[in-house]
Design a protein. Structure first.
Length: 130
């Protein structure tokens, strides 16, 4: 696993604080997993951008992924392959950060996510559309 530490931008940290307040989910890693999966569900790849790692929010891959590390890493590799990207460590790490930050932005900007029920409704809407 090439990605050992995950550090978020200050903007992402501020958005996570908003999500924590709205949903009552107090753990960064849980919200980050939701955000990562939300971004992966989007058909378009995330736009390339330089994301500063300028916040104090940092976690290890193990903390981020919990018991789902292998599955989440496989989803990232699959997505990169589907997007026609190389599967080298640097590309995977960069795409992970892009998906994570995009997903955080999507969650905080979604008008349905006003509480934990709204967050859950996102998953239910996605599964019923498939």
């Amino acid at each position: 696993m090439p990605l050992e530490h995950i550090r978020l931008s200050r903007s992402a940290r501020d958005q996570l604080i908003t999500l924590k307040r709205r949903t009552g989910i107090s753990h960064w890693n849980v919200l980050c997993r939701w955000a990562f999966c939300r971004s992966l569900a989007e058909p378009a790849p995330p736009p390339a951008s330089r994301l500063p790692a300028d916040s104090n929010v940092e976690m290890t891959w193990k903390v981020f992924a919990g018991t789902h590390g292998d599955e989440l890493w496989a989803l990232l590799r699959h997505r990169c392959h589907a997007d026609g990207l190389p599967l080298d460590d640097d590309t995977l790490a960069a795409q992970f950060r892009l998906h994570l930050h995009r997903g955080i932005g999507y969650l905080v900007g979604d008008p349905r996510v006003t509480d934990i029920g709204g967050l859950v409704s996102l998953a239910l809407d996605e599964s019923s559309a498939a």
